[in-house]
Design a protein around this ligand. Structure first.
Ligand code: NDP
Length: 279
């Protein structure tokens, strides 16, 4: 039977470790503050923002919530980001995406001081990641590295195949696996004979955004499969990009959905927030 990689348990361990670190910093007089900006009242975004605030509270970090109306202009938002950049008491700034259509997301992300960019989306953070400099790592892929390491799965020298090349998952995942000395291949919608590539993988990371796309025919016997996708099906159940029931009997380890990669994203955001105190 495959090892079920337990993201719920691992993320809880990480948050408990951070709680201790935050208490140690507080004893030295260092306090940490995260500014969280949400524009509009998108329901999913409100849930994500609420979970981030709860995680801050749990580890002992102060969060400042900016809930701005949908009609907020790009200029107003940029002004707020600039103010937060300049505030010495604010360590990290997070702008919840997506932003309303009239606001240019790239311009807003670019305005955040890279030293406060706890989401790791600023081009400077991305560049630092690729050239091996210290900086913030994109949270979901950083969480996947922790899932592998804390489950005792060696990355060095392994054939790592990523399906998906988005800026928030696929590309930073490639950088992080490369940094861990994996041999990395990135697939996308133009990849020819996808199964022949994914079947080479010792570690297969799937971030396609298509429910149950990866079936047993895409997977090598004994591989480790990490499923980033998350979808709510008609029966209200959640599933990933991997057909879990079909793939699980063939692999050595696999993440479930829910309870795999999902919980790690906030835990790694909290890691970045604690690191922001060092910047
Ligand atoms: P995107 O839609 O931005 O990217 C999807 C990628 O998959 C693209 O690179 C696309 O290729 C590729 N792709 C699509 N179809 C195929 C195909 N048939 N064969 C090969 N490649 C294909 O998605 P994200 O990276 O943002 O998210 C992926 C999934 O992960 C989603 O389900 C999302 O909800 C989930 N997610 C979960 C998170 C978590 O915390 N658990 C965090 C972030 C995302 P191309 O570039 O050529 O178009």
């Amino acid at each position: 039977m495959a090892l079920l990689i337990d993201g719920k348990k691992i993320s809880a361990e990480i948050k408990d470790e951070l709680k201790v670190q935050v208490a140690e910093l507080a004893a030295k007089g260092v306090t940490i503050t995260l500014a969280v900006i949400q524009v509009g009242d998108d329901k999913a975004s409100s849930v994500y923002v609420g979970n981030k605030k709860k995680a801050c509270e749990y580890i002992g970090v102060k969060s400042l919530a900016y809930e701005l109306p949908e009609a907020t202009t790009e200029e107003e938002l940029l002004k707020l980001v600039k103010e937060l950049n300049e505030r010495k008491d604010v360590n990290g700034i997070l702008v919840q995406l997506p932003l309303p259509k009239h606001i240019n997301e790239d311009a807003v992300l670019l305005a955040i001081n890279p030293d406060k960019d706890v989401d790791g989306f600023h081009p400077v953070s991305v560049g630092r990641l690729w050239i091996g400099q210290k900086g913030y790592e994109s949270c979901t892929p950083a969480g996947i590295i922790q899932l592998l390491k804390r489950s005792g799965i060696e990355i060095a020298g392994k054939e790592c195949v990523i399906v998906g090349r988005s800026n928030i998952v696929g590309k930073p995942m490639a950088a992080l696996l490369l940094r861990e000395n994996g041999t990395v291949t990135v697939c996308h919608s133009r990849t020819k004979d996808l199964a022949s590539v994914t079947k080479r993988a010792d570690i297969l990371v799937v971030a396609i955004g298509k429910p149950k796309f990866i079936t047993a025919e895409y997977v090598k016997e004994g591989a480790v499969v990490i499923d980033v996708g998350i979808h709510r099906m008609e029966d209200n159940k959640l599933c990933g990009d991997v057909d879990f029931a079909d793939v699980e009997p063939h692999v050595s380890a696999i993440t479930p959905v829910p309870g795999g990669v999902g919980p790690m994203t906030i835990a790694m955001l909290m890691c970045n927030v604690v690191r922001s105190a060092e910047q």
